[in-house]
Design a protein around this ligand. Structure first.
Ligand code: AMP
Length: 515
């Protein structure tokens, strides 16, 4: 007999369970409320998107795109794979129909592979039917299998590793440039990255993020825009800080930086200097950083390697090479943060590796998270919407790691107690059951959490269960209570007991539970 397999959640994923999910809900509810007060509306983009969207917006050189994405080829719903080798003829006919209808990718490469497959199959069919599968017949079979495997049955899609790309795609797709500007959106939900799991790092993790997008109108720009952009950046940061403050998150530290913009008199000039400085110390760097001197020198500044820290400290800083406008914007962001009462420190090593990122970048850390202490990362990305085929559009946003936010709250004892019940209804007797279920309906309708046992229990046992569930009150309904309309209410914390009417009990609950 086959052994029964016990399934477990896949490595890097986990079940979120009660009572923890109460904290998750509270965090999400608070995000909705706080972001709502700043005029943000919720967007719910799909969980998967074309791989190319992420490749283009996150960059093919990044770890996320090159190794961490969960990608797969989609396939049409009405093409059954061949169940035997001899079923290939039917399969090829199906492929050709779908190709003609554009339901599988109709590009040159795919057309060529399907053509080859079809020709090889015709050759194979001409072989005498009872010939043993060896020699040329065997070689022909392997050629056919080879081509069959190479047909792309659908577009490549990816489980989203982040949501900014989706928000920008949606902005373009729905013509949001015609909405009142700026468009302020927030999202929350799972993201997927194939990372090495550890505390605070998962393969399915959750982010809460927001983006402010504004399409540039003709004639816009200049000095006025600098102070406007800075104010938007500062307000976005203020919003994250307000959210964290209303959750009571502890040890919150905001770090900011400006990474200038992609121009020779600004970041590009700096990157050249950085590259030259890195070449001089190349021998002392680890293999990752050595590789990045060529591919993405800014990312060397991200390095956490102990042996590289002293070297990095001596490298040229971007603040020394910002162009006038970027320098002005950075000064204005700092002034704006100060007038909003947001405390920050500057960290010149806070960078992003892609061209469309510009000016403001920020990161927020919190207490109790060990090495994975970043709870939020954000920045300005004015070129992204255009890179994805939209109009020139300014953008700034952030993503909060919800798993880490929750961990930090739990470490600080802000997890909240078990949900429990407000009322446990202990009933005995047929008449009491009808009364108990009517009472339960009314208590639930008034918003209280009520447990009604499905079968009669002795009062002793019922009270024991009420205790285990963490109920505040036991409502005892026996023949007597039903006859007199006077309920027996037991307060489980101290064992005291009192008789009261339904109206009095409701009043008591309202006063004592909803304090
Ligand atoms: P990023 O999208 O990489 O800028 O990340 C933004 C935030 O998401 C980080 O500061 C983390 O708090 C969180 N985060 C990123 N990757 C993971 C992961 N694998 N597991 C848990 N949280 C993550």
């Amino acid at each position: 007999m086959a052994e029964k397999k016990r399934f477990q959640a896949i490595k890097g994923t986990r079940d979120l369970l009660p009572p923890d999910t109460e904290l998750w809900n509270r965090v999400e509810q608070t995000a909705r409320e706080v972001f709502g007060t700043f005029g943000f509306g919720e967007i719910r983009p799909p969980i998967f998107e074309p791989t190319e969207l992420f490749a283009r917006s996150i960059g093919v050189d990044t770890d996320v795109v090159s190794k961490e994405m969960y990608s797969f080829f989609d396939r049409p719903i009405d093409l059954a794979p061949p169940h035997t080798f001899y079923d290939t003829g039917r399969y090829i006919k199906g492929l050709k129909d779908l190709l003609a209808r554009g339901e599988i990718p109709n590009d040159e490469k795919n057309r060529e592979i399907i053509q080859q497959l079809s020709e090889r199959w015709e050759e194979f069919e001409k072989l005498p039917p009872d010939q043993p599968l060896e020699g040329e017949a065997k070689a022909s079979l392997f050629r056919i299998l080879g081509f069959r495997d190479r047909v792309r049955l659908g577009p490549e899609i990816t489980l989203r590793p982040e949501a900014t790309a989706s928000v920008c795609r949606a902005y373009i797709e729905h013509g949001m440039h015609a909405w009142p500007q700026p468009v302020k959106l927030y999202y929350l939900g799972p993201m997927f990255r194939r990372e090495r799991p550890q505390k605070g790092r998962y393969r399915q993790f959750y982010q809460i993020g927001a983006e402010v997008l504004e399409t540039v109108q003709p004639g816009q720009g200049g000095a006025k825009d600098i102070s406007k952009d800075a104010a938007v950046d500062a307000e976005v940061i203020e919003m994250v800080m307000a959210f964290f403050a209303s959750l009571g998150l502890e040890g919150v530290q905001l770090e900011i930086n400006s990474i200038g913009h992609a121009a020779d008199n600004c970041r590009r000039g700096y990157v050249k200097n950085l590259q030259a400085a890195l070449e001089k110390v190349k021998d002392k760097l680890g293999p990752d950083s050595q590789r990045r001197i060529e591919t993405n020198p800014l990312r060397v500044l991200d390095s956490k390697l102990e042996s590289e820290q002293a070297i990095i400290a001596g490298l040229p800083k971007i603040s020394e090479q910002l162009c006038d406008d970027c320098e002005k914007e950075y000064a204005e962001v700092k002034r704006q943060l100060e007038l909003r009462g947001a405390k920050y420190t500057e960290n010149w090593r806070l960078v992003r590796g892609l061209d469309y990122y510009m000016r403001t970048t920020f990161e927020i850390t919190a207490k109790g998270l060990g090495s994975q202490n970043a709870v939020c990362g954000g920045g300005r990305y004015d070129g992204l919407v255009e890179l994805l085929g939209g109009l020139p559009t300014k953008g700034i946003g952030f993503a909060i790691g919800e798993d880490r936010l929750i961990l930090s709250l739990q470490e600080a004892g802000k997890g909240g107690a078990a949900a429990g019940r407000d009322v446990f209804v202990a009933w005995m007797g047929e008449r009491a059951q009808a009364a108990a279920s009517a009472a339960t309906q009314r208590l639930r309708a008034a918003g209280f959490r009520v447990e009604l046992p499905p079968v009669e229990q002795k009062f002793g046992k019922a009270l024991g269960q009420a205790d285990k569930l963490g109920a505040r009150y036991a409502l005892i309904l026996g023949e007597d209570e039903v006859a007199t309309g006077q309920w027996t209410v037991k307060t489980l914390a101290n064992g005291s007991q009192a008789k009261m009417s339904e109206a009095e009990f409701l009043e008591k609950l309202k006063n004592e539970v909803r304090k």
